[in-house]
Design a binder for this molecule. Structure first.
Ligand code: PLP
Length: 381
């Protein structure tokens, strides 16, 4: 038999249904502890922080979707990030993308720095910057691609090559692409992280984080940290994620088709300063994105010229909900400088190009004609 194709994997990978009853969905094992027949004699589960069957089904699913050997599910993307960062010791150094998620920047510069773990932030789309930032005590490079909110593209395979040469880990946050479009482990990354709160859940109803790795020892080490630190995902939320992932393919294709049309339409307008979407041929990261991923995703950003106009637009739209987060069926709109990226100091935001007039849209799966009509009236007002 041929290997399962991706859309089939979303339904049949991991654990299919329940062997005990024939139920076609994985049950919610709402349980904290498990009966032991004798001391230490159990059926693989002792206590639900260490392992829970619903969570285990999800963990196996993300491992298979990312072509890894081990998956881990956490109570949030940040719980996943913080557990990964707990791999490192006092005196270690990390090279981190200069436009990583605001919460990742915050935990590195306000929490892990206090524990003696130092970070240097560079533009990871520039390989020379990555090379030059690696020091003798550097233990990992951490990047997001495409990044948030300017959708800069980093070459995962090339960065992985540098990391291998210098014996440092490569950690990739794959939240924006999902395993449907991009598999960083196949490109040489050691650890892939997701905020499953976004596309994997897909319905704005779960906060969760997922991790996958190829190396089995690293997988063991991360399970030790997951169990020691304790930021695990509960069974109910694990169930909701398994449910969300089943439709990841149909959703991602629609997100992308809508995003592509919206990006092209915005680009043709003369009242928009700039449009950022890796699917546009003139996007600086277009060729790398086309090579390393199977699609360009559903996130677009554009500059309307001023903070005042951005505020007007987000006030006038009807189908784009003003909210943080992304990746769900409904379109969301945000002004990064005042919302998701507000915790980044203003001088730093200016350096990064996150202007006050920048609007980010997580394009939903609504009818594209309605999305265009709506954005058109908001931009004209
Ligand atoms: C949202 C997000 C996170 C954090 O995840 P939470 O589930 O909100 O804790 C990390 N990385 C990226 C790219 C995100 O968008």
């Amino acid at each position: 038999m041929t290997l399962m194709r991706l859309d089939t994997k979303l339904i049949h990978a991991g654990v299919f249904g329940d062997v005990h009853t024939g139920a076609v969905t994985v049950p919610i094992y709402q349980v904290s502890t498990y009966k032991q027949e004798g001391i230490g004699q159990h059926k693989g589960y002792e206590y639900s922080r260490t392992g829970n069957p619903t969570r285990a089904a999800l963990e196996q699913l993300i491992a298979e979707l990312e072509n890894g050997t081990r998956g881990l599910a956490f109570a949030s993307g940040m719980a996943a990030v913080s557990t990964i960062l707990s791999l490192f010791d006092q005196g270690d150094h990390l090279v981190v993308g200069d436009d990583v998620y605001g919460g990742t920047y915050r935990v590195l510069t306000k929490v892990f720095n206090r524990l003696g773990i130092d970070s240097t932030f560079v533009d990871t789309s520039d390989l020379d910057q990555v090379r030059q930032a690696i020091r003798p005590n550097t233990k990992a490079v951490y990047l997001e691609t495409p990044s948030n909110p300017l959708l800069k593209v980093s070459d995962i395979e090339a960065v992985a090559g540098i990391c291998r040469e210098r014996n440092v880990l490569l950690i990739v946050d794959n939240t924006f692409m999902t395993p449907y479009w991009q598999n960083p482990l196949d490109l040489g990354a050691d650890i892939v992280i997701h905020s499953a709160t976004k596309y994997l859940g897909g319905h704005s109803d779960v906060v969760a984080g997922l991790v996958a790795v190829t190396d089995e020892d690293l997988g063991e080490q991360l399970h030790f940290l997951q169990n020691s630190i304790g930021g695990v995902l509960g069974p109910q939320d694990s169930y909701l994620l398994i449910r969300g992932i089943k439709t990841l393919g149909v959703r991602m294709r629609q997100h992308e088709a809508n995003a592509r049309q919206l990006a092209e339409w915005l680009k043709d307008r003369d009242d928009i300063e700039k449009v950022y979407y890796p699917g546009l041929p003139d996007h600086p990261g277009h060729d790398i994105a086309a090579r390393q991923a199977r699609g360009f995703g559903g996130m677009i950003s554009f500059d309307v010229g001023s903070g005042r106009r951005a505020e007007q637009v987000v006030k006038k739209v009807r189908y784009f909900t003003l909210a943080e987060s992304l990746g769900a069926v409904e379109s969301l709109i945000s002004v990064p400088a005042r919302m998701t990226h507000a915790s980044i100091p203003p001088e730093r935001r200016a350096e990064l190009g996150i202007t006050d007039g920048l609007i980010r849209i997580s394009v939903g799966v609504e009818d594209i004609a309605d999305l265009m009509d709506d954005l058109d009236q908001a931009l004209r007002s």
